[in-house]
Design a protein around this ligand. Structure first.
Ligand code: NAP
Length: 326
């Protein structure tokens, strides 16, 4: 049977059926909740992040997470830890088919998509990934990664990524760090036949990106929120408003941040290499935030707006300000 993604029109109309891709959150069982993608696949709402997890720590973190009940692991070629992630999966004893595994195409591999996925699969020691993302809309020259190619961009890369679905090496394909402007360019390209299943973007109360999230929803693209805790040394932990919500619920600020993200309709990827935190970040069942609490957290960015990942380190602009990625 052809993958469902083949049947999806190039740019779906904004219809109720598109909105129905995003089922209402079941706040009583957050950790077993999934979101249905435009391919029909179901992505678990809570996954373990692995960016900046140091060598020697990632395998244990992945193993601990899977043993604690996580079913979703997020990595990337660029994190340099795919091998250890694969080892952690093996060590956990959890069967591969019970796990949602995401990895990402690195910026200087855009002209080498077929080799890139083979390299990642070899590193991960798995025959397939559940989700393969273009990490950034930035096609960097492999010979000189300080420059972008002048004869190739992310539209060309996506054309090549689409070919992977037929190989069985990737179950779903998507993008990451795409704002509205770049998504519009991608979706209107002649060669784009598959709508990305996911856009993995920075989402936390300091960067809630309502315009971008709404745009993605309107196109049937599920958002996954990265840096859901505000990343390392998170400024969010110092906010009285969040501390008060957490205290009134008898929960930690981190748990409130994760529940907020899932109730907003996106999957979340808390990273930790600390076993107690990995477990605590997955203690999200049997309680939920009220509409008032969610509205209160929605206000945080007005006084405390910040972004963890900008584009100044890249030789190409990615984020274009108001209305694009906010
Ligand atoms: P994050 O998950 O928001 O925060 C991670 C930080 O919070 C770490 O320093 C971690 O420390 C700490 N932490 C975790 N749980 C905690 C708890 N319960 N109490 C106190 N501190 C806690 O940050 P992130 O790593 O930036 O983002 C999450 C994941 O999203 C990444 O790992 C990666 O998988 C993905 N991501 C993707 C992109 C992209 O471009 N697509 C960009 C950024 C991130 P310890 O580890 O020391 O416990």
């Amino acid at each position: 049977m052809l993958p469902v993604s083949r049947a999806i029109p190039k740019i779906p109309n904004i219809t109720n059926s598109a909105r129905n891709f995003f089922s209402k959150p079941n706040t009583m069982a957050t950790t077993s909740k999934t979101y249905k993608l435009n391919t029909g696949a179901e992505i678990p709402a809570v996954g373990l992040g692995t960016w900046q997890s140091k060598p020697g720590q990632v395998e244990k973190a992945v193993e601990a997470a899977l043993r604690a009940g996580y079913t979703h692991i997020d990595t990337a070629y660029a994190y340099g830890n795919e091998k250890e992630v694969g080892q952690g999966i093996k060590a956990s004893g959890v069967p591969r088919e019970k796990i949602w595994l995401t990895t990402k195409l690195d910026n200087d591999w855009h002209k080498h998509v077929a080799e890139a996925i083979d390299t990642s699969l070899k590193n991960l020691d798995t025959p397939y990934v559940d989700l393969y993302l273009m990490h950034w809309p930035a096609s960097l020259d492999k010979q000189n990664p300080k420059q972008v190619y002048n004869d190739w961009d992310f539209v060309d890369t996506w054309r090549e990524m689409q070919k992977l679905v037929d190989t069985g090496k990737v179950k779903n394909i998507g993008v990451s760090n795409f704002g509205v402007k770049n998504l519009e360019k991608l979706l209107s390209a002649e060669s784009t036949k598959i709508v990305p299943a996911v856009n993995q973007i920075e989402l936390h109360p300091g960067n809630p990106s309502p315009n971008l999230v709404k745009f993605c929803e309107s196109k049937g693209i599920h958002c996954t929120g990265y840096s859901p805790l505000g990343s390392s040394d998170s400024p969010l932990y110092k906010l009285d408003s969040l501390a008060k919500v957490a205290e009134s619920k008898g929960k930690t600020v981190q748990q409130v941040l994760l529940q907020w993200g899932v109730q907003k309709g996106w999957s979340v990827l808390p990273k930790s290499v600390t076993e107690e935190r990995i477990k605590a970040n997955f203690d999200l069942d049997g309680w939920s935030l009220t509409d008032e609490e969610i509205a209160q957290i929605d206000e945080v960015h007005k006084e405390n707006s910040f972004k963890v990942c900008g584009d100044s380190w890249l030789p190409v602009k990615i984020f274009f300000g108001a209305g694009d990625s906010d």
